[in-house]
Write a protein that binds this ligand. Structure first.
Ligand code: DAH
Length: 340
């Protein structure tokens, strides 16, 4: 009886194991035969009913049965595991010939590129780069630059007022005053930054644009220093054949004042679309710092003189990269930006 029952269990277990296709089912089979309430365990509990002289023989068959089932469980488990692993590897295979995911990297803005170049030129001449606030006191933006309350130049640079005393700066010239007040002489600095004016947007105007200010103060600084410096700057930015022209102009904070034109780098001065047929392109304002401006910031005008200049950054970028509409600079369309 017992022997047949064991044989039956053994065959049943082996046939179930051999038709299994998952590790979970395999475990269920283990429990159903070898677990606490498993079929083989139940049989063992019936040993007490077996005649004493038969017990060793039946015990041996029980052990063999258990061993056979365990062995098969173990082998099948190994087989299944490696089969599953193989399937998994096949499913997770990477197709290295697929096109890569595009990682869109940004691109330097023409303003940034132009500013980097301007900085490089002036740093090369020993200038320091400093910055000042965009939200500025009227005093630094106008008053201390010789533009008192009712000066017409204030009208020309109509701006955004925060209150009576505070404005969005209209020019980076305000940083000149801040640097002069710091009083570290002699000084050679440029100051790039954003400026604001109540201008309507068109191809050449924006209510927010950028300037680069320059200021040099030392003993014996003359207009010749100004000229030498700015000629060098023009040649570095627009090419060694560039010629410059200084036209007398008026700025309240410089005396004498001038605007500097460069010969058109596109046509060499003959006249073309780029220079609107004139052969010359205006690029900056400059002059010798007005003694009154120096005095207001506490600089001894008997000992020191200086020159200053202000360049429109967009103007340089538009010219250098031959962009014909300033608005393109503010749209931040990467298809546009990528070209430079
Ligand atoms: N701040 C002037 C402007 O916005 C530009 C300028 C002219 C700056 C002459 C200067 C200068 O430092 O000396 O039009």
């Amino acid at each position: 009886m017992m022997k047949e029952r064991l044989q039956e269990i053994r065959e049943k277990a082996l046939s179930q194991i051999s038709s299994t296709d998952s590790l979970e089912k395999l475990n269920e089979i283990r429990v159903s035969f070898l677990g606490k309430k498993g079929e083989l365990t139940e049989v063992l509990k019936g040993m007490k009913d077996v005649a004493v002289q038969d017990r060793p023989m039946v015990g041996q068959i029980v052990n063999e049965t258990r061993q056979a089932i365990e062995e098969m469980l173990e082998n099948t488990k190994k087989e299944l595991s490696s089969k599953l692993r193989e399937l998994q590897l096949k499913a997770e295979v990477i197709d290295v010939t697929l096109p890569a995911k595009k990682n869109n990297v940004g691109h330097s803005h023409p303003n940034t590129l132009a500013l980097e170049e301007i900085k490089k030129i002036f740093i090369g001449m020993g200038y320091e780069v400093v910055e000042g606030p965009e939200v500025e006191y009227d005093y630094y933006n106008f008053e201390a630059l010789n533009i008192p309350a009712n000066h017409p130049a204030k009208d020309e640079q109509d701006t955004f007022y925060i209150n009576d005393k505070i404005v969005l700066r209209t020019q980076t010239s305000s940083v000149q005053v801040r640097e002069m007040e710091r009083g570290k002489l002699p000084m050679r600095m440029i100051s790039p930054g954003r400026v604001y004016r109540a201008d309507e947007v068109d191809a050449t105007h924006s209510p927010c644009f950028h300037q680069v200010e320059g200021l040099v103060i030392d003993e014996n600084i003359t207009f010749a220093d100004l000229k030498g410096t700015l000629v060098e700057f023009a040649k570095e930015i627009f090419g060694p054949d560039t010629k410059v022209k200084f036209r007398p102009h008026h700025f309240p904070f410089t005396e004498p004042s001038a605007e500097m034109d460069v010969s058109c780098f596109k046509c060499g001065g003959k006249g073309c679309r780029m220079c609107k047929g004139e052969g010359w392109i205006e690029i900056l304002g400059c002059g010798m710092v007005h003694p009154h401006v120096l005095e207001m910031s506490g600089i001894d005008t008997e000992k020191y003189t200086g020159f200053a200049f202000g360049v429109g950054l967009e103007r340089i970028a538009l010219l250098k990269y031959e962009i014909d509409d300033m608005r393109l600079l503010y749209e931040n369309d990467t298809r546009f930006l990528k070209q430079f």
